[in-house]
Design a protein around this ligand. Structure first.
Ligand code: NAP
Length: 281
């Protein structure tokens, strides 16, 4: 069984990005800039934002984190409008989830889609599903890079995606279709999830239920990508029962150390791409 080392792949991607940033600096006399906005006091979000800022700086980008109290939607939208016009800012990310009373859709749609490094703006969602160039949501992008590490040619493979969120399941499905996979997308109303999984050459689990995918749900040799991050009594676990599944899978991502580290690396990669496109406008 191949243990897919997301930590290592993410570190390699950041090294590549570091070199790209140096090259961009000498070409344009400017570097990509990432602005991350945190609204409210969610403790997990605070950690994510801190890490995003830290890694962006590490690869040589300009990076700032802005913090807004939960009750200032108008000021937040105004600030996004200003960042949209700021040439030094290549990418804007508003950390989700937002406090409930803030209109998430309005916030996402206020971000210039050409600076939408999360790939959540409807223009990017539409472009991705139409097969056009777009910012791709970071976690599914990370999953597809990990998949490519173990299987270069995904054409004709049967992929089962568990979960249909806008964040993970839906964009993942689009990426797999782009690779000519035959894709089954499953969700909480799927009748027989085990039977669906057993037909899969590739399983992407993005559910949020600890160790949902059992060993006897997985075909021998299948590639299993575990997106889940679940806090349990025994610590952080994924959506896949690692010990059981590792006995049958051909390749598997661990949690932690699999998909998680890829998400930020892909965010930085999206920021570099947005910067490059902005230079050619
Ligand atoms: P989400 O928005 O809650 O979506 C969960 C999806 O799972 C929904 O589509 C839901 O179906 C489906 N589902 C729920 N119960 C199910 C069941 N019993 N069988 C089959 N499908 C079921 O979650 P998300 O934001 O996509 O996140 C999923 C997991 O990934 C979470 O553990 C989250 O922490 C983790 N995550 C990790 C990263 C990373 O960097 N590694 C990034 C983001 C999220 P319905 O649509 O029918 O409700």
């Amino acid at each position: 069984m191949i243990l897919i080392d997301g930590k290592k792949v993410a570190a390699e991607l950041r090294e590549e990005l570091k070199k790209k940033v140096v090259a961009l600096k000498s070409k344009y006399n400017a570097v990509p800039g990432l602005t991350v906005i945190l609204v409210g006091e969610d403790p997990a979000s605070k950690i994510y934002v801190k890490n995003k800022e830290k890694f962006a700086k590490e690869v040589g980008m300009n990076s700032e984190a802005l913090r807004y109290p939960a009750d200032l939607e108008k000021a937040l939208l105004k600030k996004i409008g200003e960042l949209n016009k700021d040439d030094k800012v290549s990418g804007i990310l508003v950390q989700l989830p937002l406090p409930k009373h803030i209109d998430k859709r309005k916030v996402i749609e206020t971000i210039d889609h050409e600076k939408d490094v999360d790939g959540f703006h409807p223009m990017n969602v539409g472009n991705l599903s139409s097969g056009y160039d777009s910012s791709i949501p970071c976690t599914p992008l990370g999953c597809s890079l990990l998949l490519k590490k173990v299987e270069k040619n995904l054409s004709g493979k049967h992929a089962v995606v568990i979960g249909r969120s806008n964040l993970n399941g839906k964009p993942m499905t689009q990426l797999l279709l782009k690779e000519n996979c035959t894709v089954t997308i499953t969700h909480s109303k799927t009748k027989d999830l085990k039977a669906e999984c057993l037909r899969a050459d590739i399983i992407i689990a993005a559910v949020g239920i600890p160790e949902l995918v059992k060993g006897d749900w997985v075909k021998k040799g299948a590639i299993v990508i575990d997106v889940g991050i679940n806090k349990t009594e025994k610590g952080i676990v994924g959506d896949v029962a690692f010990d059981e599944v590792s006995k049958v899978a051909g390749a598997l991502t661990p949690v932690p150390g699999g998909v998680g580290p890829m998400t930020i690396a892909c965010l930085l990669s999206n920021t570099v791409e947005c910067f490059k496109k902005a230079q050619h406008k």
